[in-house]
Design a protein around this ligand. Sequence first.
Ligand SMILES: Cc1cc2nc3c(=O)[nH]c(=O)nc-3n(C[C@H](O)[C@H](O)[C@H](O)COP(=O)(O)OP(=O)(O)OC[C@H]3O[C@@H](n4cnc5c(N)ncnc54)[C@H](O)[C@@H]3O)c2cc1C
Length: 240
Amino acid sequence: MQVKGKAKLIRYTADPEQTIALAAKLCYSGDEIDELVEKIGEKDNAKFIEILTKMNHFSPFEHASFTFAVEGVSRALLAQITRHRIASFSVRSQRYVNEGEFDYVIPPAIEALGEEQKKKYESQMKQMLCWYREWQQMLGGAGEKSNEDARFVLPNACETKMIVTMNARELMHFFSLRCCNRAQWEIRDIAWQMLEEVLKVAPAVFGLSGPGCLRGACPEGKKSCGKAAEIKERHAKLVN
Ligand SMILES: Cc1cc2nc3c(=O)[nH]c(=O)nc-3n(C[C@H](O)[C@H](O)[C@H](O)COP(=O)(O)OP(=O)(O)OC[C@H]3O[C@@H](n4cnc5c(N)ncnc54)[C@H](O)[C@@H]3O)c2cc1C
């Protein structure tokens, strides 16, 4: 069955903006920590956080973490997102979980070719499912031992689910790379969903987050998509 990627924020550090502001203030203050905690709680820290971002004082942002449930995504996305080494991942296993009824992602470009081509793609998925089940049987029937080898015939399109945790600093970096139009469509879509989620709970922290072109010249140079204005408009809709 066809699935579509979804990212939902399920847990995060309580008061992320205060936590970051406290960590940063500590660097510059002679106050006792208890006094600082009290002062921070009384203030609106948005301006201070914006200054930290513009100064590139990013280490305090590591004290706030955000955990997402990501599902309906392909193993192709998994290969990309797990390149982000500062993040933490728990991924559904293809060894312990039987993929005998696997769901799959259909790339929009394939879907756009029309019904006939979509059916062809779906029948190719069914073919791989048959191969998978065949190998499971030849290797002794569904179970951990056979799953671990039968999965070699599964496609990159195969759906996976994961729990992903990143601190705010890593998320900002992730959004710079993966909200960019140069990123592949599936991870870009998930990155924008994640950005939308964190903007709801920590707008001051992520107000400047997104592709590099939001903050200055496009870092992609000659490979730029040339759509900075469009991206700024999309981002502004999320922030407001
Ligand atoms: C458009 C696009 C195309 C890509 N194409 C390819 C490709 O063709 N082939 C390919 O292999 N990958 C490709 N990648 C993946 C890319 O090379 C990175 O592996 C991925 O984006 C993770 O980025 P990162 O290492 O900066 O992030 P993270 O692993 O999240 O690290 C964050 C930051 O921490 C620091 N850091 C982390 N680990 C170390 C370390 N060991 N030593 C020093 N500093 C460290 C770095 O400053 C790094 O930027 C592509 C990525 C994008 C966005």
